[in-house]
Write a protein that binds this ligand. Sequence first.
Ligand code: ZN
Ligand code: ZN
Length: 677
Amino acid sequence: MIPYNEKNESIMGSKQSVVKMPAQVSVLLPLPLKEAFDYIWNERLSPGTLVKVPFGTRKLYGVVWEGKGTYPSKKCKPLLEVFESVRLPEVSLKFIEWVSNYTMTHPGQILKMVLPLPEAFDTKRRAPLNSLNFTPKGILQKPQLSLDQWATAEDIKRSLESETFHTFLLEGVTGSGKTEVYFDAIDHVLSKGEQVLVMLPEIALTAQWLQRFEARFGFHPATWHSDMKKSEKKQILRAILQGQVPVMVGTRSALFLPFSNLKLLIVDEEHDGSYKQEEGVIYNARDMAIVRARLSKATCVLASATPSLETEENTRIGKYRQLHLMDRYGGAHMPEVQLIDLRKYPRAKQTWLSQPLRKALETTMSRGEQAMLFLNRRGYAPLVICQGCGDRLMCPHCSLPLVYHKFHKQLLCHHCGTTGFLPPSCPKCHAEESYCAHGPGIERVYEEVTAFLPEVRCALLSSDHMSDSQAIFEQIKAIQDHKVDILIGTQIMAKGHHFPLLTLVGIVDGDATLSGSDLRASEKAFQLLHQVSGRSGREKRKGQVFIQTHLPEHPVMRALLDQDRREFFSLESEQRLIHGFPPHGRLAALIISGKNREEVEKFARRLARTFPLTQKADLLGPAPAPIPLLRGQYRWRLLLRTTKEVAPQPLLKKWLSQTPPPRFLKLQIDIDPYSFY
Ligand SMILES: [Zn+2]
Ligand SMILES: [Zn+2]
């Protein structure tokens, strides 16, 4: 431990002169520092106690990390304040240590996620506490479960009764009633006075989910996501530590909150990419949820209609137990999927909807039903090109084209947020008004639909057109209330929502997700397109799905057409096995970035040269990253591949300690990488 050894000015002097046996405490601070710091106090303190300490010129909150420090106490400063009533549960401390070791980040960075607003507990600064009521109000009518659902729920409940750690994969097609099954398990946990955490991939999803929850349980659960006000978060944090939160629903960051009695964790849409945090501490909340469950002998349920290959593999080898719901709930049928071969049905110039899709839209409208057009491209056009010289408008800080947003009359970089206007003339060839939009974005599809169906009420759904979760909630309500006929949206629309009148889904560009340097490209494309398709025909009315594609023979398209995931996934799994990629091997990515291109390359190459040769692992790269310039930083990547039995962390630790990066470069470690940009 490092002592805090600046000028040792005691604040305990006169006021607390009764101190006889100062005890030493080591304190973890929410900072990216290697170790905890030693301080002294007039008595021993239990691990997890919240304290305030002097640190340089600052005063910081921290938690007691180990009861007793190891540094000569003469050199340590006293604590400023101790909040006796606030203590992180032991399981949170264990979790901090585990996640820190696994992700190779400092424990202080994890502490910041476990206790994001420690000032919430400062009795001097604390605002009056509004009463929060998260408790169930009496017994409500339980819904009738199908035999299938009932049997599945019983399995989970048996695990909860056993109070040992189990992980389940709850698998079932979209609309098969997975939510009702885990609601039944939640009911069981609530009756025992224990805690439940439900994770959802996006806040956009929570609105409808909360409606369902409230209808079933008669109370509003606590929620946690990035869009919440600080004051709300503080209240929730206090309620958690006081044991007043029986059910928490949130996005990935909710996993780190200091629950003391967590017995059931549900990861809904477990395959979803948004569980992976890509900045700061890089972690996958789905995987960490399983660890969290193990630490508190809890049950973890991973729910999905299209489980990830990793989860499938863990089920196959018996690590997770599989629960399978066979049919759509309430007699609804799976939608009928049709591929529109764009080679046979070419689209007119500057239009994006083929004749068969246009016709289907008209028919759906004439029946008074709703349709959804899906295109995972925000804005009006992904490219702006000069007609005179072919110049593309690029972001000055990233090696990426600027996206044209017509409705906001702007050019926008989706990675760094740089904005600009369409230049009146080309700076390269000086042609006047020469820039033209290329390719479709959702705004352009909107323009096309409103031109050919002028009577129809259209709505755009993407993060650019809705400022916050309230706006999303209102838009979803408008769709439910049939104030919208056709919705055109990005993947914000793909998941979870349930619109009874929606019977047609049109996928504008089925091929968009298939390319790229991503080893999971096919898997992700299948999951996304299947999920979008699942929005169609969720009640009595039969649903239809049209997928526009140039590649109708592609295995992803075949699997969507036949609604057969098994064969596609086993082919995909074989391919990964050949290359030793997950789920059959393990990966860790190293991303080196900095302002000086030569230095970044030089260090990447040096790192590769010093890689210790071993039978257990090999190195792919170094190579410039697919996005070689991002937010003004040049980037190179290396990929470490190990066999499944070999953890990459010890290897990385040894290697990187021998070849540390120079101060002016950043080295990010991404264990189990999900993105490869
Ligand atoms: Zn030009
Ligand atoms: Zn940019």
